[in-house]
Design a protein around this ligand. Structure first.
Ligand code: SAM
Length: 260
């Protein structure tokens, strides 16, 4: 995209990719195909966008910054395969642009969790996500039990799919440079792990409640949910971080009264 005088907005997490090699590696990870519908969150100045346009059936760009959205609109006004939505990704109705094979983006890091929760609530309509996120956040998606990174994000990611770390990226490839390292992750959305979880909201509440007081034992943190009932086959003297994803599922089924 042609440059014009533009001051990056910190409040919108604007750190623009500058390095052509890193951009190429990201596009290689996305692997745009001629029959893909691809959604890009926060296209910004189009660093990734320009390598996706023309390589897929439909490209939908969601950009909150009005100036950037306007520039993108001009750039792609003659391309009928590109659609631009000027809106906040957290407020827009995802049904406007789903289903899509791929949702991609160098995300505004301050709202990465909220974007992932929104993605997961539309999981059946998305094939996979390729996101650039803060390195520490990426670690939470793939963490093992009993580590400090293991938590709500880990369990919910397992519930809706499978995350994989692709590669790490230093601050030097952005303008302005962020204070943190970044990581490209792929999340394949897959209903295999959640077909037996009918009440997803209840599962979310269970996991949130357990981890919100992660220093307490489950017997204490889940008191309001378990109401001191006897819970067979899950050790409530443990802390939430010691429970595997399968343990959480077992706990859910017991609390729901599902037959084994
Ligand atoms: N994709 C560009 C790149 O890699 O150079 C820009 C990435 S920058 C880290 C994040 C982008 O998300 C910015 O363009 C910013 O304006 C946009 N953004 C921030 N908050 C947003 C929101 N709530 N909804 C949609 N876009 C948002």
């Amino acid at each position: 995209m042609k440059d014009k005088t533009f001051y990056p907005k910190k409040s919108l997490g604007q750190n623009f990719l500058q390095d052509p090699n890193v951009i190429r590696k990201i596009v290689d990870a996305v692997q745009p195909r001629p029959d893909d519908t691809i959604v890009e969150i926060g296209p910004g100045r189009g660093a990734i966008t320009s390598h996706l346009a023309g390589k897929c059936r439909e490209l939908i760009l969601i950009e909150f910054d009005q100036d950037l959205a306007e520039t993108l609109q001009k750039e792609y006004e003659t391309d009928r395969h590109v659609r631009i939505i000027r809106d906040d990704i957290l407020k827009t109705d995802w049904k406007e642009f789903l289903p899509a094979n791929k949702v991609v983006g160098n995300l505004p890091y301050n709202i990465s969790s909220q974007i992932l929760f929104a993605l997961y609530s539309h999981a059946p309509d998305v094939g996979e996500a390729v996101f650039m996120v803060q390195k520490e956040f990426a670690r939470r998606l793939v963490a093992e039990p009993s580590t400090k990174d293991y938590g709500i994000m880990t369990i919910l990611t397992r519930l809706y799919g499978k995350a994989e770390i692709l590669f790490h990226i230093p601050p030097t490839v952005f303008f302005p440079r962020p204070k943190v390292d970044s990581t490209l992750v792929r999340i394949r959305l897959d209903s295999g792990n959640n077909q037996d979880i009918d009440d997803k909201a209840y599962f979310h509440q269970l996991v949130r409640t357990a981890f919100n007081q992660r220093r307490k034992t489950l017997r204490n943190s889940l008191k309001k949910i378990t109401e001191d009932r006897f819970i067979p086959s899950v050790d409530l003297s443990l802390r939430a971080e010691a429970l595997t994803f399968e343990d959480f599922k077992r706990l859910y089924h017991i609390l729901k009264g599902d037959s084994p």
